[in-house]
Design a protein. Structure first.
Length: 259
């Protein structure tokens, strides 16, 4: 993904102690509560609206067979709608299903002035166990967006999310994926005692984050029957001019298709 400095290599090599199994099980049990508390503390103000989605994912336009074709999308893990509402504003020919793990996040979406049941249907869902078919017809979705969502889920359960999504996606259509890549700056900022497993960490607020390699993600999708279209690292540099800091960001941006 990127070449680490000797100091970064040393830091990662030192940090091998894992959080206890007892605490790991507690974090898994309380995952929904921790995300609900996150949204309680930050309300709808933490993440910026993602107006970059249509720019980064040209497929949202390219997957149309004709101009103004109505698309049905699923935003899996919609948070408070930072990606959902810019999309609905920019493209009037989209109907969106949207779901999130956190009941509080779903309520924020429903309270948004832009929320309309004619344009979208939002519902609470644990993607690892709640069947999407309870809310979405089988083989009915043109595009699924999975943006900074899978990283918050335990690696042992990620395949369940992909299996769930597969059921509602039309044959020949795609999942658009973006998430944290290996050696992203956020990974290197974790203090000792935050490690849950390989490339998997817990934040102070109890929410968790996994950092993906191309190989891991590719195997994950292919094992559930998807075909790989694109799977590559995207490197960015975040600049904090006030503090004169340049921070290396690494994301994985991918597209997987249901045959």
């Amino acid at each position: 993904a990127r070449v680490l400095s000797p100091e970064e290599v040393e830091k990662l090599a030192k940090d091998q102690v894992l959080v206890s199994e007892f605490k790991q099980l507690k974090l898994e049990r309380e995952a929904q509560k921790n995300w609900d508390l996150f949204y309680k503390r930050n309300s709808a103000n933490f993440f910026k609206d993602r107006h970059w989605t249509t720019r980064e994912f040209q497929e949202l336009k390219a997957c149309r067979e004709f101009v103004d074709q109505k698309l049905t999308i699923l935003e899996a893990g919609c948070g408070v709608g930072n990606c959902l509402f810019p999309l609905l504003e920019e493209d009037l020919n989209i109907f969106a299903y949207a779901c999130d793990f956190s009941p509080r996040a779903v309520e924020y979406v429903k309270k948004n002035a832009l929320y309309s049941t004619e344009r979208c249907k939002v519902f609470q869902c644990d993607l690892t166990k709640d069947d999407l078919l309870d809310n979405i017809p089988a083989n009915s979705v043109d595009v699924v967006t999975l943006i900074f969502v899978l990283s918050a889920i335990h690696p042992d359960k990620m395949h369940l999310v992909l299996r769930n999504i597969y059921k509602v996606l039309k044959p020949g259509k795609c999942v658009l994926f973006r998430d944290y890549g290996l050696y992203d700056h956020a990974m290197l900022r974790f203090k000792s005692g935050s490690k849950l497993g390989e490339n998997f960490y817990v934040r102070q607020d109890g929410t968790r984050s996994y950092f993906f390699t191309e190989e891991f993600l590719s195997q994950l999708f292919k094992a559930e029957g998807y075909e790989q279209v694109v799977n590559e690292y995207v490197q960015r540099e975040t600049v904090n001019r006030k503090e004169d800091l340049r921070v290396p960001r690494v994301f994985l941006q991918s597209k997987f298709q249901k045959p």
